[in-house]
Design a protein around this ligand. Structure first.
Ligand SMILES: Nc1ncnc2c1ncn2[C@@H]1O[C@H](COP(=O)(O)OP(=O)(O)OP(=O)(O)O)[C@@H](O)[C@H]1O
Length: 248
């Protein structure tokens, strides 16, 4: 269980995060949504303990998360930041296995799940942006972390890989623990996530099941759009239009 109490983070002209209170249970895929600048990455960076200036308390599975040694935290944590360029031009299989040192058999099974087997001998500089993103996601999940934090993991992926990667994350949540994913595609979020956490101006506006959070009022307030939802038995789509203001 992840518990956050009174989490705040200062910014340059205004707070990046203000008084966040939340509790999330294990085995959930939680989508972190909100407009650009809402505070999604800031929140995920705090939970990943890479943000040095935060105030407040974070507990994970009853442990004081921020007081744990870096090594102890890394045993439970997988973190994929929003932008990451691997420092070394290593092979894809080496990149994925960097923190795990799995056997060839275990590594191949993991590479297969992320559709990377055919790319295993290529170097980081020899794959596309989306393929590199899949490799970084595979690296974040290879140790089967109890807490997995991914900042926009599917934003550069084609539609088929978006679906398979979201399914991988959901399977990870069901089998291993809590997964938090910052995501801009609200239809994808509604389809796969157990809960959505809606941020606006550094504050937590709503937390709940997708259709409790994606209300007309929340979409207007946080994104400035009106939305028509299209629900089919095997998926959810939406048609957003900008809100018409009185001055228009
Ligand atoms: N290193 C930093 N120092 C100070 N302010 C920052 C820093 N990084 C981000 N901010 C500010 O904090 C606020 C929240 O930024 P954050 O990156 O968390 O937003 P976000 O919701 O992830 O946005 P996006 O969807 O564009 O990625 C923004 O106003 C941003 O300008």
């Amino acid at each position: 269980m992840l518990e956050i109490h009174n989490l705040s983070l200062v910014g340059i002209t205004r707070p990046r995060l203000q008084g966040i209170e939340l509790t999330l249970s294990q085995h959930q895929l939680v989508g972190v949504i909100g407009a650009n600048g809402a505070g999604k990455s800031s929140l995920l960076r705090c939970i990943a303990a890479v943000e040095p200036r935060l105030e407040g308390e974070i507990r994970f599975n009853s442990r004081d998360w921020l007081s744990l040694s870096h090594r102890r935290r890394q045993q439970s944590l997988g973190y994929l930041p929003q932008t990451e360029t691997p420092e070394w031009d290593i092979r894809i299989d080496e990149l994925v296995n960097l923190t795990a040192q799995h056997s060839r058999e275990q590594l191949d099974a993991h590479l297969r799940n992320y559709e990377l087997l055919a790319l295993r001998d290529r170097r980081v500089s020899q794959v596309s942006g989306g393929e590199r993103q899949r490799a970084l996601l595979a690296r974040a999940t290879i140790t089967q972390p109890e807490l997995l934090i991914c900042d926009e993991p599917v934003s550069g992926l084609d539609v088929a890989h978006q679906l398979t990667m979201m399914q991988q994350l959901k399977t990870h949540a069901q089998g291993r623990g809590l997964v938090l994913v910052a995501i801009h595609d609200l239809a994808l979020a509604a389809r796969f996530c157990d809960q959505l956490l809606l941020m606006h101006d550094g504050q937590l506006v709503a937390l709940g099941e997708p259709f409790e959070v994606l209300t007309e009022a929340n979409l207007a307030h946080c994104f400035g759009v009106r939305a028509e939802w299209v629900c089919k038995t095997n998926g959810v789509g939406w048609i957003p239009t900008p809100l018409v203001t009185e001055t228009d």
